[in-house]
Design a protein around this ligand. Structure first.
Ligand SMILES: Cc1ncc(COP(=O)(O)O)c(C=O)c1O
Length: 438
């Protein structure tokens, strides 16, 4: 623990944070000064404990600093901190691949380990282009896949990410299955699949021949774009269109993976199997690790030298990932996610009846979005969300936000969360909603 003087120095640095950190790094909401994290809590420099309903943005699925994870990191640090894989080989990376094979859909069994979600996406796009020898990629409007130039070429969640950076690498977009496109009274299961068939046909007729499309990439649940859950029939239709034209399907499961939806992956939640998957965030309980995953048949067509990494598949991160998987199994966190998610959504739906500023509640497992509107106009409102989040923070609960204008509260607690903690968090949210309802 820091002594008093060091702590003051540090807080002084926080006050002049712009002298140290780029604004694009330092200014996300709420930039809470923290000294420690444990389980479902952050501990602030102000001495307060904060219930964490963000999981460090869907990373700490087994809770912060789970003792098993901490021990695994220490054990690894005692004998091996860095690879690089390829120059040397070590047990944790092979064991992790073997364990991941058991929880991923069949034939998604070969791994290129990297460090971040963005890198896993880059790998997926490169693999698809290399293997098919086709130049173009189709993504879905509103999806977020990362901020590097390659990942940005398929990211369309917010135009600000692309400002002055429009990718020179041409990609095409199809619309996501959003409720705003659904005509009144139409059945989403039928409507969106039929609409997709029409949209894809238009794209292939007018803009790009499907024989030139390497892959389609999608977030199986729209994350940063506002936590929208598409019908399974729509995702199955994407699979069908890809199969028809020899196009590879990539699922970006960076946010939906490792139990977040109550299954290991959203591919299982929706029963749709992609050809390539990008996984990251929840994989290693906070250490930087990610993977591009595909079948051995596909990976075998990606020869030595066509992709590489210095840090990817770091031994300590692989050890943390192995411990984290063990915790998810042992503590039956998939079951807990389904149970706690259903409980939270039921409570939130009750609140929706009570507070008209809640426009919508949607979620699968513990990936829950609460869309808020302006108390006067009812229109989606980022300002109302910010007011409510600040009030919650003041009362010890940290939520995150998403949606094109920040109009959705993201509730993504660790999968270890219990009923009492959900109640505590939602009671605080309820009081904040009451305060900002008029
Ligand atoms: C769905 C999705 N894909 C990709 C990324 C990029 O991951 P990273 O920030 O680890 O590079 C994110 C990050 O939020 C994400 O949510």
């Amino acid at each position: 623990m820091q002594n008093q003087i060091e702590q003051q120095d540090w807080l002084h640095m926080v006050d002049s944070i712009g002298n140290f950190l780029a604004p694009s790094m330092a200014k996300d909401h709420p930039n809470l000064p923290v000294v420690k994290a444990e389980g479902c809590y952050y501990y602030g420099v102000d001495g307060k404990r904060y219930l964490d309903f963000t999981s460090g943005i869907a990373v700490e699925n087994v809770g912060h600093r789970h003792p098993k994870v901490v021990q695994a990191i220490k054990d690894s640090a005692d004998h091996l901190i860095h690879g690089p894989s390829g120059v040397i080989i070590y047990e944790s990376i092979l064991k992790l691949a073997a364990e991941l094979q058991k929880i991923l859909p069949p034939k998604l069994d070969n791994f290129f380990f990297a460090n971040s979600g963005t890198e896993a996406i880059e790998g997926a796009l490169k693999l698809a282009k290399y293997v098919t020898k086709r130049p173009y990629v189709v993504s879905f409007t509103g999806c977020f896949h990362g901020r590097s130039i390659g990942a940005l070429s398929v990211t369309t969640s917010k135009s600000k990410y692309r400002k002055y950076l429009q990718p020179s690498w041409l990609t095409y977009q199809l619309p996501y299955a959003l409720p705003e496109y659904l005509p009144e009274g139409a059945d989403p299961d039928v409507y969106f699949a039929e609409k997709l068939e029409r949209d894809a046909q238009k794209l292939f007729n007018h803009q790009v021949d499907p024989e030139e499309v390497a892959c389609m990439i999608i977030e199986p649940i729209l994350g940063e774009g506002g936590y929208f859950i598409p019908p399974a029939s729509w995702l199955k239709k994407i699979r069908e269109i890809c199969d028809r034209h020899g196009i590879l399907l990539i699922f970006d499961e960076v946010q939906t993976g490792f139990g977040r939806t109550g299954s290991w992956f959203a591919a299982q939640t929706f029963d749709v199997k992609p050809d390539i998957m990008a996984i990251a965030k929840g994989i290693a309980a906070g250490l930087p690790l990610s993977a591009t995953v595909a079948s051995k048949e596909l990976m075998d067509q990606w020869p030595l030298g066509s992709h590489g990494t210095t840090f990817g598949g770091n031994p300590m991160a692989c050890s943390a990932a192995l411990a984290s998987l063990e915790v998810i199994h042992e503590e039956k966190l998939l079951d807990n996610t389904k149970e706690m998610g259903a409980y939270a959504i039921a409570r939130l739906l009750e609140m929706k009846e009570e507070f008209p500023i809640i426009r919508d509640v949607r979620g699968v497992g513990l990936m829950i979005g609460i869309e808020l509107g302006d108390p006067k106009t009812g229109e989606p409102s980022g300002k109302t969300v910010m007011d409510v989040l600040d009030e919650c923070l003041e009362n010890g609960v940290l939520f995150y936000l998403c949606g094109n204008s920040g109009e959705v509260i993201r509730m993504i607690p660790p999968l270890t969360i219990n009923k009492e903690q959900i109640d505590t968090g939602l009671d605080v949210l309820r009081a904040a909603l009451q305060k900002y309802s008029n």
